[in-house]
Design a protein around this ligand. Structure first.
Ligand SMILES: Nc1ncnc2c1ncn2[C@@H]1O[C@H](COP(=O)(O)OP(=O)(O)OP(=O)(O)O)[C@@H](O)[C@H]1O
Length: 698
């Protein structure tokens, strides 16, 4: 495919400075990026960052305002520098801790190790991090703590006012993930009780004014007797001007019809025509990333001249830690690394060798429809904020280029400025349970940065009630509700694990839960469909995908966890390593909850009953008199089909339960298991009596 690139005219965007009751603070700066080049020591490098000129201003605002909103270009130094400035100014004295949250685990780890390196300390001592299942901090020693926003929410269960923290910096707030929004709502509540707590909300691409009005509580807060510190209630907005190195933006002259093919061609074009430097490609998910990696590896082998020049690496959350770490390894001399990633590399990461970014313009996003009660994972166009973040992965240690696989006209005229907050397009089951666990009873009246649809809340309450997690007064049940709230997993998976324990198949449900946590254990290779289908048949179980997963897992263990065995059977070795990792973590959680590990020794019926106990809300029945293979969900009569990747594709059992839905031309059920409908009324009597299932002739 021929690419017609033209340079873009996008200018760096700065926060607007109109007044309106909000303090705007800006120090003009003329940070010269090239002046940084050549500095040898880390200190000099730090002082060359645009944010350095604002050091005193930032400390002044944080001292005097309950909330400070900081907007600055990608790479200007917000994440790595501000926590250090706060530490230097004494905010971590007296056993207090400075927290910096990130939406993604990978960023938490990467940023924490960079800051530890800059401070010359061992990671896990003064600078540490916590992500789900991994705590690298030392109480009493750690002064700066990086953590995911989800982890900070969990910390609130033990310490609702987060009393350990003096400053909490919510970084990359533009992402508006579910956890970020819950956190922002709760932090606002905490501020009323803790005038000593300071918040920093930061991002390169946040709508500062909206965020500021959300946190503006001036007039609503009262000074209590005995309060020593009384910061200003109106938030301050600080615009950090100046950027790191220049990033030249290029657009397509004509829209691309196939973004995957366009991405591959662009990488090859860069490899052929541009000086050495690594390439970061943004695609959407494991399937298209695996295809692109395969195509690029084949193409690279065909290129005589550069036959060994490309090192192609995938990057997505379903990879084991070891495989993810490969992206940080230095590029071998004379070679060019190509990292093909989902949006997990979109924010906060600095990958030193990256000079070129290729942005497909798409990502996989969740969309929940409370009417049909179906949550889809859909490949959807990204926002301008995301596009800027993606471009910002170049230009961090030297100047770079970003190739956008869409036209400039599309970017300017059609791409939305910001994405829709996840809160407004997600199933809210996890969110509700977390708030309940924190004792927030009036969820519908909660002060959200963006209110979720009330129907979605009602749906979530209904499901949690049917799962036995909430009682009739919408309070957590004891012990089930409290235990499920303790497990950092989707409540449906948690319920499946707990039912598996009662039914005597905890070993199996834990394996299934681990496999459902990775995107796919199968490798999708183009052009060998027949061989792939045959391989799958070797493991296929008539009961469905969950039982098939257990067969694969058993085979993998019997092979001695062999990569060759995976290769031969079209199984994703990286994903299997990740499954082992997650399974170990789940075993630890089970142990904490007093769940003894027990196997049902091949009795698949009990396993399927345990799956039903967690996922009964996803039950479907085959439509007898309609087009072959069409199912309807019991809950909302939505038309759905079994995904071709399922072992039950074309088998079409009468009653099934699915794990998730993907939408392409139709709504497809992924990871499907055959059930007996009587298990549904057994698992959730009220839920299915409501649907009239007890009256349905099986
Ligand atoms: N691991 C690293 N190796 C080399 N330089 C790094 C590393 N991490 C950060 N830097 C340098 O520090 C700069 C600032 O990074 P930082 O993550 O603090 O910026 P930021 O403003 O938070 O960016 P973003 O909005 O993209 O998260 C980078 O542009 C880069 O020059």
């Amino acid at each position: 495919m021929t690419q017609f690139w033209k340079p873009g005219s996008e200018k760096p965007r700065l926060v607007d400075d109109e007044e309106g009751g909000i303090l705007f603070f800006s120090t003009p700066t003329s940070s010269s990026s090239s002046s940084r080049f050549g500095y040898s020591s880390i200190d000099k490098q730090r002082q060359g960052l645009p944010v350095y000129k604002y050091r005193n201003g930032i400390l002044y605002l944080v001292e005097n305002h309950a909330t400070t909103i900081i907007v600055g270009e990608t790479g200007s130094g917000k994440t790595t520098q501000i926590p250090q400035y706060l530490n230097e100014a004494g905010w971590a004295e007296g056993g207090r801790v400075i927290a910096c949250t990130q939406p993604r685990r990978l960023a938490v780890q990467a940023v924490a190790s960079r800051v530890a390196e800059e401070m010359g300390v061992k990671l896990g001592e003064e600078v540490g991090y916590i992500i789900r299942f991994e705590d690298l901090t030392k109480p009493g020693v750690t002064k700066i703590k990086f953590l995911t926003d989800g982890v900070l929410l969990r910390e609130m269960m033990d310490d609702p006012l987060l009393t350990n923290y003096s400053v909490i910096m919510v970084d990359e707030a533009h992402e508006r993930s579910l956890a970020t929004d819950i956190l922002l709502g709760l932090l606002k509540k905490i501020q009323r009780r803790r005038p000593d707590l300071r918040l920093i909300i930061s991002s390169a691409t946040i709508e500062a004014r909206t965020m500021s009005s959300f946190f503006d509580t001036s007039g609503r807060m009262h000074k209590k007797a005995g309060d020593e510190i009384e910061p200003k209630k109106e938030p301050a907005i600080l615009s950090v001007e100046g950027r790191g190195f220049n990033v030249q933006i290029h657009y397509l002259e004509e829209p691309a019809s196939d973004y995957l093919q366009a991405a591959v061609s662009t990488v090859l074009l860069i490899h052929d025509q541009e000086p050495i430097g690594d390439i970061l490609v943004f695609l959407t998910g494991q399937d298209d990333i695996d295809s692109a990696v395969q195509l690029l590896t084949e193409e690279a082998q065909n290129l005589k001249k550069n036959s060994s020049g490309l090192v192609v690496l995938p990057l997505y959350s379903g990879l084991s830690r070891g495989d993810q770490d490969l992206i940080f390894a230095p590029t071998p001399r004379g070679k060019r690394k190509v990292i093909v990633s989902t949006n997990i590399a979109e924010t906060s990461l600095t990958l030193e060798g990256i000079v070129y970014v290729v942005d497909s313009g798409f990502s996989k996003q969740r969309f929940y429809n409370p009417i049909s009660d179906i949550e889809n994972l859909v490949v959807a166009p990204i926002s301008k904020a995301s596009a800027r973040q993606r471009a910002g992965r170049a230009g961090r240690v030297r100047s770079g280029k970003c190739y956008r696989l869409y036209t400039e006209e599309y970017f300017v005229k059609e791409m939305p400025a910001e994405g829709i907050p996840e809160m407004q397009r997600s199933n809210l089951v996890s969110c509700v349970i977390q708030l309940k666990a924190l004792g927030i009873d009036n969820i519908l009246g909660f002060d959200w940065p963006a209110s979720p649809p009330p129907e979605a809340m009602v749906r979530a309450l209904e499901v949690l009630y049917s799962l036995g997690i909430l009682d009739e007064d919408a309070k957590l049940t004891s012990p089930i509700g409290f235990q499920v709230a303790e497990i950092p997993l989707d409540p449906m998976i948690s319920k499946m694990i707990m039912s598996g324990s009662l039914l005597g198949c905890s070993e199996e449900v834990i394996t299934v839960a681990a496999i459902l946590s990775v995107q796919s254990i199968w490798v999708a290779v183009r052009g060998v469909q027949k061989e792939m289908d045959e391989a799958k048949l070797r493991f296929a179980a008539a009961e469905g995908d969950h039982v098939t997963f257990l067969n694969v897992y058993k085979g993998f263990l019997q092979s001695g966890k062999s990569s060759q065995w995976c290769y031969k059977n079209f199984i994703n070795y990286h994903a299997m390593k990740k499954v082992l990792e997650i399974r170990e973590q789940l075993k630890r959680i089970a142990h904490r909850l007093g769940i003894a590990l027990k196997s049902c020794e091949g009795d698949t019926q009990v396993l399927r009953k345990a799956v039903t106990a967690g996922f009964f809300a996803n039950a479907c029945r085959l439509e007898a008199f309609s087009q072959a293979g069409m199912y309807k969900t019991i809950r909302s009569s939505q038309e759905v089909y079994i995904h071709p990747s399922s072992v039950l594709f074309r088998v079409n059992p009468k009653w099934v339960i699915f794990h998730s839905i993907v939408s392409t031309d139709r709504q497809y059920m992924r990871n499907v298991i055959a059930i007996d409908p009587s298990w549904l009324t057994e698992a959730a009597p009220q839920f299915y009596q409501q649907q009239g299932l007890n009256k349905v002739a099986y």
